[in-house]
Ligand binder design. Structure first.
Ligand code: 6OG
Length: 186
């Protein structure tokens, strides 16, 4: 990974209900991660702290505020990108304002399934993920439609256990498209 010569700092924020049985995700409509569900976030601006940026992005992308708490740190590399992606992850257990779709994100509540509390998400659960809402009107967290590393740390986020992780992606299948890069190592 000697080709890595820059760092880009990002934030990513996940809002939970009281018992962490529901999580608010957004369908990314453009840019990096387009077509994937993720927390709300983006680049940290010069002069801004990651915590400031996390709150600003939540307001811009979902229309709400929250008392965000730092939850974890992720470092991503890609064989096709000289940038190290450094992502500070936040979680909020409350929110104020009205959840609103933006040009960047379409927010949706998802049910946190019991297997997402206990550990790494089994491949079978990802393959068998159903698009159909359950009796509660919610779909289950769509790990098959999220960045490939999320399944490894999501249970730590749910359990409020601080985490640091590093993720290495290979060459994208489609040049320039990090979304299609295979996950080499967690
Ligand atoms: P803008 O396009 O708004 O920010 N992000 C990633 N999240 C995960 N889970 N895995 C990755 O693997 C990611 N790369 C970037 C950080 C992009 C948003 O996407 C997150 C930001 O919240 C490579 O500038």
């Amino acid at each position: 990974w000697s080709h890595i010569d820059k760092t880009q700092l990002y934030t990513n924020g996940f809002i939970f209900n009281e018992n962490s049985t529901k999580v608010l995700l957004g369908l990314k409509k453009r840019g990096l991660g387009c077509g994937f569900y993720n927390g709300f976030g983006g680049k940290v601006n010069p002069g801004e702290t990651p915590a400031d940026a996390a709150l600003r992005e939540l307001q811009e992308e979902a229309g709400i505020s929250s008392n965000l708490a730092h939850a974890g740190t992720l470092l991503f590399t890609s064989a096709a990108d000289p940038k190290l992606h450094h992502i500070e992850i936040y979680r909020g257990d409350d929110w104020s304002g009205e959840i609103t779709e933006s040009e960047e994100m379409r927010p949706e509540w998802f049910r946190v399934p019991s297997y997402a509390r206990s550990g790494v998400i089994p491949t079978s659960a990802i393959k068998e993920w159903s698009d159909v809402p359950g009796e509660d009107g919610l779909r289950t967290v769509p790990f098959g439609q999220m960045w490939a590393d999320d399944r490894f740390w999501f249970h730590l986020l749910v359990a409020k256990r601080p985490f640091i992780g590093r993720v290495d992606f290979g060459e994208p299948l489609v040049k320039g498209d990090l979304n299609s890069a295979p996950l080499l190592k967690w």
